[in-house]
Design a protein around this ligand. Structure first.
Ligand SMILES: [Zn+2]
Length: 308
């Protein structure tokens, strides 16, 4: 499917409540093709990518947005088949914040779901790295938050945004790989890019990318207000807080919502706005001080997207 000049989409056959219709693999340029996010290790997807290449076309490089199993594992096989190098920020631990490095390994923290522990790029690309794609320069943006090693690719006014920003649902931020403090900073940075089109890792492209990023920031801040409103001076468990904060989310999505709730609590604690107790089997949280300004939770209804 061609969606913009020089941009082709091959969608992997891995639909799920967390991946929408499947992972988007983007083919950029013609002749000398750059692959952005090779996708999961599925033979039909590998065949579909290779079949999409026209006669005389060659894969110049494979860029991986982050080391999650629905984005990165096919990179190695594709590199072997095409001889193209794999470019990424680093392995699954690269870019992890000091805060999350300190928390990682605590039994009550959990997390680590879907991480591609085997992932290793051929070439490490850092923030601001310039990449030539079909004769036009693209820029790597390090956007930690969904995962420490997450990068986006800015190519002209097109942002290949991986799982950082998507049109269909807010991103999962699951500690210790996800860090909400970093995520909010990355969102703010992407919003400052101005007018961009989004080509995300799941779901359809978004024409007004800046508006979508603004809406996602607003959603996260509204969720934060709900979390703060639910906190009491007494300790409450994460599972007790969950239904208070996620009243608008189907219980089927509660496991994912619990990860985002944890991410919010760690962020609030880091800012001195909540207290966290991670020592027990289950995490407990309390307000840092009696509430002086009650927060009005935003209960905006709309659409069917899972609003974690
Ligand atoms: Zn991901």
């Amino acid at each position: 499917m061609t969606l913009a000049p020089g941009v082709r989409l091959i969608r992997a056959p891995n639909p799920s409540p967390m991946t929408e219709r499947g992972t988007n693999t983007w083919l950029l340029g013609q002749g000398e093709v750059t692959i952005f996010d090779p996708g999961p290790l599925l033979a039909p997807h590998l065949e579909a990518i290779l079949a999409a290449l026209g006669p005389g076309e060659r894969v110049a490089q494979i860029i991986v947005s982050h080391a999650h199993k629905d984005h990165s594992p096919l990179a190695r096989v594709l590199a072997q088949k095409t001889g193209a190098p794999v470019l990424a920020f680093g392995d699954a631990r690269a870019g992890r914040s000091l805060r999350m490095a300190a928390l990682a390994g605590l039994p009550s923290l959990g997390g680590g779901e879907g991480v591609d522990e085997e992932f290793a790029p051929d070439r490490v690309v850092g923030d601001g790295a310039s990449i030539l794609i079909a004769g036009e320069s693209g820029t790597i943006l390090h956007t930690p938050g969904h995962m420490g090693n997450h990068i986006c690719l800015l190519w002209g006014e097109r942002l290949f945004s991986g799982d950082m920003v998507m049109g269909w649902a807010p991103s999962l931020v699951s500690p210790p790989d996800g860090d909400l403090t970093d995520f909010m900073a990355s969102l703010a940075r992407l919003e400052r890019l101005g007018a961009i089109r989004l080509f995300p890792g799941h779901g359809d492209p978004v024409v007004d990318g800046q508006e979508r990023i603004r809406a996602l920031r607003a959603h996260r801040l509204a969720r934060e207000a709900q979390v703060r409103a639910a906190l009491r001076p007494e300790w409450q468990s994460l599972s007790a807080l969950l239904p208070q904060v996620y009243r608008d989310v189907e219980p089927a999505l509660f496991p994912a919502a619990a990860r985002n709730l944890l991410a919010h609590l760690i962020d609030l604690a880091a800012r001195g706005l909540a207290q966290l107790e991670l020592g027990h089997d289950e995490l407990h949280a309390a307000s840092s001080a009696p509430e002086t300004e009650p927060n009005e939770p935003s209960q905006k209804a709309g659409g069917t997207e899972p609003r974690l």
